[in-house]
Write a protein that binds this ligand. Structure first.
Ligand SMILES: Cc1cc2nc3c(=O)[nH]c(=O)nc-3n(C[C@H](O)[C@H](O)[C@H](O)COP(=O)(O)OP(=O)(O)OC[C@H]3O[C@@H](n4cnc5c(N)ncnc54)[C@H](O)[C@@H]3O)c2cc1C
Length: 351
């Protein structure tokens, strides 16, 4: 990593955690116990990482002390556990740059233009940042950001538009429903007439279909048509029977799922082993003092990609950084009996 100077004033921090999956959330907890406040950044608009994105309703059986919980339930429990430490959240933005400064701190930048000058960095980036899957249709990319939006978190852009929402999962169904009040028309486009969502939004979709407020079109996008002034005017579709159709629109919202990408992390000058960050298993520090890697993103002898292992890694990484910042070995304290830890947890005097 090269030392860089930057003109704008970044946020000053003691610790930045990159990634709000289960391990990043538990890292916030362990740093909180050590008295270190955290800025928490995730590319997604919500916390939970793989638990939230890949298996929200599936059961997990191997979290110590919790015989069974779903992915979403685990995230909710972790949220409750970190509440006393109230990390500053910066969601919906990916960390794109990380550079060491002359004073030993680190400068981070996100895709939303935020920057941080921090004493320590905890990379809990899992299998990478979850990014929207894009459509591979000739001529469509030219409309990205204007008439084509991928996974917008809110659909305010739909106001007054003839909107096509493309996708078949809960995010697509919810977006189509959310567009109805403000859009000129709403079409939900999917390759088959089966939508994967919770019973409540499915029932609402049915009702809006019956009322003619949402039209459902079955087909795949094979081409685009432009108006003479260069606007996206219609989609060319191929139906399940092989027939062709034309679907006019003024705005396309695509919800084709999210896929993880390691992205810029590989360019940060950190030692890597087969696309994972190499760490010292005594502290989970990378080859740069003050930068730690925990959870699925790291690699060391015996590594297992399990949440439980990530929790252990986050614990030792927090101890290591607390001792580095204090410049001395710190005593082990128990949450059961330490007044200091209980005060940090906001439960002082509870015993
Ligand atoms: C179907 C399935 C079932 C599983 N079941 C179990 C189980 O039963 N028990 C178990 O222990 N494990 C299980 N796992 C594995 C477990 O989910 C992972 O070990 C765990 O999610 C790793 O957590 P993490 O916080 O390291 O990473 P992740 O959960 O992947 O979270 C990483 C986060 O970092 C963000 N991110 C990445 N790069 C950036 C960046 N540059 N800027 C900003 N944000 C970024 C991502 O958007 C993501 O939200 C399962 C996994 C799958 C897929």
């Amino acid at each position: 990593m090269q030392a860089v100077a930057h003109p704008s004033a970044p946020l000053q921090a003691d610790a930045v955690v990159i990634g709000a999956g289960p391990v990043g959330l538990f890292q916030v907890f362990q740093l909180g116990l050590q008295g270190i406040a955290v800025h928490l950044i995730d590319a997604l608009p919500r916390v939970g990482g793989q638990c939230d994105q890949l298996y929200p309703d599936k059961p997990i059986y191997d979290i110590p002390g919790i015989p069974v919980c779903t992915g979403q339930e685990l995230v909710a429990l972790l949220e409750r556990q970190i509440a006393p430490f109230a990390p500053t959240r910066h969601l919906g933005q990916r960390v794109d740059a990380l550079a060491v400064q002359e004073d030993g701190r680190f400068l981070l930048r996100t895709t939303a233009g935020a920057s941080f000058l921090t004493k320590s960095v905890f990379i809990a980036a899992g299998v990478g940042a979850f990014m929207p899957r894009s459509l591979k249709v000739d001529g469509l990319a030219a409309f990205l950001g204007s008439q084509l939006l991928y996974h917008p978190a809110d659909v305010s852009a739909a106001r007054g538009h003839h909107v096509v929402v493309h996708g078949g999962d809960e995010a697509a169904v919810q977006a189509a429903i959310a567009c109805v009040p403000a859009a000129a028309s709403v079409t939900l486009l999917h390759r088959r007439d089966v939508f994967c969502a919770a019973p409540e939004p499915l029932a609402e979709l049915q009702a809006l279909r019956a009322a003619g407020r949402i039209h459902v079109t079955i087909g795949q996008i094979t081409g685009v048509q432009q108006s003479p002034d260069g606007c996206l005017q219609a989609l060319e579709l191929t139906g399940p029977d092989g027939g062709h159709a034309r679907l006019p629109l003024t705005l396309l919202l695509a919800y084709l799922g999210l896929t993880p990408r390691l992205g810029p992390i590989a360019d940060w000058g950190l030692a890597m082993e087969r696309k994972q960050l190499a760490v010292d298993p005594a502290s989970f520090v990378t080859n740069v003092a003050g930068i730690y890697a925990v959870g699925d993103i790291n690699s060391y002898p015996g590594k297992r990609k399990l949440i439980l292992c990530g929790f252990h890694e986050a614990t030792l990484a927090a101890f290591a950084e607390a001792e580095r910042q204090a410049g001395q070995k710190l005593p082990l304290e128990y949450t059961t009996s330490s007044d200091r830890l209980q005060a940090r947890l906001g439960v002082a005097g509870a015993a």
